[in-house]
Design a protein around this ligand. Structure first.
Ligand code: G4P
Length: 526
């Protein structure tokens, strides 16, 4: 058992984050660079198959076959500069955004990667909103400045206006594309050069007034003058850097660079490590703050992944540690059932290996080999006090299919498969209130494809899926339910928690219902 001081030292070193971005902005490339700095991989291009932009069904199937690789990289841990970094990877495709949303509940900060030519894209905006809702700090890296990009001021304005967060440029690009000469790094009082004449001197130091000390090879260049002008404008009209605002998620420090040429990533990492928060309190459902330094262990399951390794039919519950210290073989209570559990078969995730974990503290992610005990959102803890962490957000699916087993003799594997995949959060399951038919709900079509593929491959259950199209799902208070409310324009179903909801044919059908039953309260999830 660690002393309080040891625990404090360990927790203060942890930095746990996820990268949020629109596909193709450069998340994979940056992740690889970070792992290179961490000494986890030796060359770029080893993290995972590329091409998430053209990520289609067939790609997914391929990834599925290489699952061992793609999934071990879903949590990456490495040490850098005295810190222990946990990067939680998130699926690139928007059809899997539910998975990403839940993962964002398990991080202490987020890194937003933006393509300098494209600015804020839809997926970035959605994921940003979740981070904002949690009030976690967000650090921004504007990527691909080695190509033609948008003007930095224009990008700053867009971030401020569309996302509603104050920006603080930590540095400012000098040129772009072929003329990308470097960045004016006001935070570290230096100019970083993309092509220094002397490789051993990549920086030009700045004095208190922001003037280059010594000879300036960029002097007289139009790009240099423009950068100085931009910096001046920002210094006069822009905001002040505020550690407090950053910590509260009200200001985002912005960095410019090029992940592909590895320019700016190291500065980004080092500055990020300085200002990103160590794990802090996590709230319980009753609003009680659980101190990461509490001697009692606690954590919650934010992701479940079955059959990561097809050879070993395993199922892993990913747990974010929130307090205390995990010890191999320890006994915990599973909050949902109040039953004791021994955590002996546990794994830690590295980029290229899965190692057995001995000890983990707040901020770390542990993978528990699961024989069906866990559900997404479960809390586990030691000690007498019952700890139930805040609910993970639930989502309102928009697409629905009716699902049944093709072979009626194979109901058992059908049910087993459905249950496990639903517990993983791969799709949402509903049952028709009147007929008991199974209905699946998803955010994107690809979730159904994956479901079908996995049912067949992992549970040997061929399924029939009849598309029901888009529906508007609205939950209803059961006390207000009246059989008269059923119509051809809606379907009454129950969700996995037994709560009742209507699937309306469309917005029009919902409005019509609201007019007819003005007192009935209809609610949606996120
Ligand atoms: P993602 O994970 O966010 O989807 O993006 P990823 O890193 O896979 O990058 C998407 C594409 O953008 C890749 O090109 C990658 O090489 C390129 N890229 C990433 N960072 C930069 C950068 O700083 N500058 C430039 N010019 N390009 C960058 P690709 O052609 O799709 O893949 P590949 O064939 O190069 O592997």
């Amino acid at each position: 058992m660690a002393t309080k001081q040891q625990l404090e030292d360990a927790v203060s070193k942890r930095r746990t984050f996820a990268i949020i971005s629109h596909p193709d902005a450069g998340k994979t490339t940056i992740t690889e660079q970070l792992l290179l700095f961490g000494g986890v991989v030796r060359e770029a291009g080893t993290v995972k198959g590329r091409g998430s932009s053209n990520f289609a069904k067939s790609d997914w199937m391929e990834i599925e076959q290489k699952r061992g690789i793609s999934v071990t990289s879903s949590v990456m841990q490495f040490d850098y500069d005295g810190k222990r970094i946990n990067i939680l990877d998130t699926p690139g495709h928007e059809d899997f955004s539910e998975d990403t949303y839940r993962t964002l509940m398990a991080v202490d900060s987020a890194v937003m990667v933006i393509d300098g030519a494209k600015g804020i894209e839809p997926q970035t905006r959605k994921l940003f909103q979740i981070c904002k809702m949690r009030g976690i700090p967000i650090f921004t890296f504007i990527n691909k400045y080695d190509r033609d990009a948008r003007e930095p001021l224009d990008l700053m304005n867009e971030i401020e206006e569309t996302l509603g967060i104050e920006t603080y440029p930590m540095d400012w690009p000098i040129g772009m594309g072929r003329q990308f000469m470097g960045v004016y790094d006001r935070h570290n009082h230096r100019v970083a050069l993309t092509h220094p004449a002397d490789e051993s001197k990549p920086y030009l130091p700045l004095d208190e007034n922001g003037e280059v000390i010594g000879e300036n090879p960029l002097a007289g260049e139009g790009e240099w003058e423009d950068a100085l002008e931009g910096m001046e404008l920002i210094s006069e009209a822009g905001s002040e850097f505020s550690v407090e605002k950053v910590a509260a998620g009200d200001q985002t420090p912005v960095f410019f660079g090029s992940a592909l040429t590895n320019f700016g990533v190291k500065t980004f990492l080092e500055t990020y490590l300085k200002y990103a928060p160590a794990p802090s309190v996590h709230k319980t459902e009753e609003g009680k703050a659980i101190d990461p330094l509490s001697p009692e262990f606690s954590g919650f399951v934010f992701k479940i992944q079955a059959n990561m390794n097809p050879k070993h039919r395993d199922r892993i519950a990913f747990v974010r540690v929130c307090s205390g210290e995990f010890d191999r073989g320890m006994d915990v209570t599973l909050e949902r059932t109040k039953k004791p559990l021994r955590l002996s078969n546990v794994t830690e995730f590295m980029a290229n290996t899965r190692e057995n974990v001995e000890k983990a503290v707040a901020g770390d992610i542990i993978g528990l080999y699961d024989t069906g005990n866990f559900q997404i959102g479960d809390s586990i803890y030691t000690g007498k006090e019952d700890i139930k962490f805040e609910k993970l957000p639930q989502f309102t699916p928009e697409l629905f299919v009716r699902v049944s087993a093709k072979n009626v003799m194979k109901q058992k594997s059908f049910h087993k498969g459905i249950n496990q995949l639903v517990q993983e959060g791969a799709v949402q399951l509903y049952q028709n209130y009147n007929t008991n038919d199974y209905i699946l709900g998803a955010v994107g079509q690809l979730q159904f494809e994956v479901f079908k593929f996995r049912m067949q491959n992992e549970y040997n259950s061929e399924v029939i899926m009849e598309p029901m199209g888009k529906k508007t799902a609205r939950w209803i208070n059961p006390d207000q339910l009246d059989p008269k409310m059923s119509s051809s324009r809606n379907i009454l179903v129950k969700d996995m928690q037994g709560e009742l909801l209507f699937l309306f044919e469309n917005q029009f059908a919902e409005n019509w219902f609201k007019q007819k039953y003005p007192d009935v309260e209809l609610t949606s999830k996120l």
